[in-house]
Design a protein around this ligand. Sequence first.
Ligand SMILES: NC(=O)c1ccc[n+]([C@@H]2O[C@H](COP(=O)([O-])OP(=O)(O)OC[C@H]3O[C@@H](n4cnc5c(N)ncnc54)[C@H](OP(=O)(O)O)[C@@H]3O)[C@@H](O)[C@H]2O)c1
Length: 295
Amino acid sequence: MHVLLIGEGQLGGALRAVFEGDDFSSQRTDARKAPRFRLTIWRRPEFDIAHPEIAERVAALAPDVVINAAAWTNVDAAESNPDAAYAVNALGPKYLAEGCEQCGAALVHVSTNEVFPGQPGRFYREYDPCDAHSVYARSKLAGERAVMALCRRFYIVRVAWLFGPGGVNFPSKIIAAADQRGALRVVADEFGNPTYAPDAADAIARLMLTNRFGVYHLVNEGWCSRYEFACQVLANSGRSHIPVTPISHEEWPRPAQPPLHAVLVNQAAAALGIRLRPWREAVEIYCRRAFMPTK
Ligand SMILES: NC(=O)c1ccc[n+]([C@@H]2O[C@H](COP(=O)([O-])OP(=O)(O)OC[C@H]3O[C@@H](n4cnc5c(N)ncnc54)[C@H](OP(=O)(O)O)[C@@H]3O)[C@@H](O)[C@H]2O)c1
């Protein structure tokens, strides 16, 4: 199976490791027992998904599957750069969908829990109606809609609070702030699903082999507040002595207010036997590898 991977950030790096057979994750997967993958990776500036000709370049390569792990991911900066965010997050997947349709490739497009409004107490399944608020979230929703409209063989994979090796993410920022300041204030009324990039990558590789196209939520099992996530990271990285004060989101204003309770439920992939381990286990593995003090 010839896989074209676009974007080599946190998730793209984890996907590359899965397809090249590195053991980032301690979870064994069917993907590694499955037919061998031939991997092509496209990076910018040579391959920029915001340029229309990417469609013809995909069609000319004619892979079996395209995975779009590229995105504008700076949520706050999107507020003041909407055209640039839309170019990557909405037009990019549109062009990739056109290219996939031309050559018959399947498209795996990665999206976000932020396409949901995040009403307090709500848990969102794959078929729930979307209502995106920030510029970033609206651009991602536009990308989903383009893929659904233009490509018949698609997997839209929504993930949530991504963290993984080498990335700048919530756990790495918590560790850096703890080491610099010695005490933390963390928002306790924003809830979501921590998603370990290697686990999501394993799950994507397994999903791709099913040929059951559609919308999927691939997040680690369970959910939590930012405060609980931070406390788990500190506990698993030898920093449980760091005091953490829970605060409200109003005490931590941001240019793009994230949805407060955009908690995803994995119903569709779970029905195919594809589940990610509980988030606390994933955080423990990540921290043990990345942040435990060395003696
Ligand atoms: N991070 C999260 O917490 C989170 C939460 C929910 C959903 N998601 C979604 O998950 C996916 C992966 O996120 P991530 O955290 O792995 O992202 P990331 O680490 O920020 O990586 C994004 C990648 O996209 C590439 N890229 C950006 N613009 C591009 C363009 N015009 N053409 C080609 N490549 C381009 C970047 O290349 P450069 O290295 O050159 O910049 C980078 O390799 C995204 O769809 C994101 O929306 C992320």
